[in-house]
Design a protein around this ligand. Structure first.
Ligand SMILES: [Zn+2]
Ligand SMILES: [Zn+2]
Length: 145
């Protein structure tokens, strides 16, 4: 598949389009992704902020302190509660898309694992890719993996 990619929340109140390829896509094993997904990890990817277009509705937002210590604004559907993307306070030029909200997330490649310090013990880890214990500098990976 190639961009654009469409996605949205569970009830259809929020629809969005991603108009570029991901800068980087990865599994995040941080405790907030575990909480957000109510599961083991998040499948996330980063895009430039201008490449996220909200086609329908207005996401609700709450800001929290991420495991990295930086503010992170979680954007979600105020009607059905589906988490959609986050806006890192330290990197306003970036949006982090929660890939499970794409209409078809099957194409999203896993380029690395991050926050493996909190990985659940039964998760099979791909040793052929980078496994970062915490939050890496993504610039070290964008365009290189
Ligand atoms: Zn919804
Ligand atoms: Zn995370």
């Amino acid at each position: 598949m190639t961009a654009p990619y469409s996605g949205g929340c569970g009830c259809g109140a929020i629809r969005y389009t991603v108009t570029s390829e991901p800068l980087i896509s990865y599994l995040c094993h941080c405790t907030e992704c575990q909480r957000r997904t109510s599961s083991a990890f998040g499948l996330n990817f980063q895009i430039p902020t201008e490449n996220l277009v909200i086609d329908k509705g207005t996401p609700a937002s709450r800001t929290r302190s991420a495991d990295s210590g930086n503010d992170l604004a979680l954007n979600f559907c105020g009607d059905c509660g589906t988490p959609l993307f986050s806006a890192p306070g330290a990197r306003p030029q970036i949006r982090v898309i929660y890939a499970g909200t794409l209409d078809d997330p099957s194409w999203v490649p896993v380029k690395l694992n991050i926050w493996t310090a909190s990985v659940l013990p039964w998760v099979p880890m791909d040793t052929g890719i980078a496994n970062e214990p915490g939050q890496p500098n993504m610039a070290d990976y964008i365009g290189k993996v």
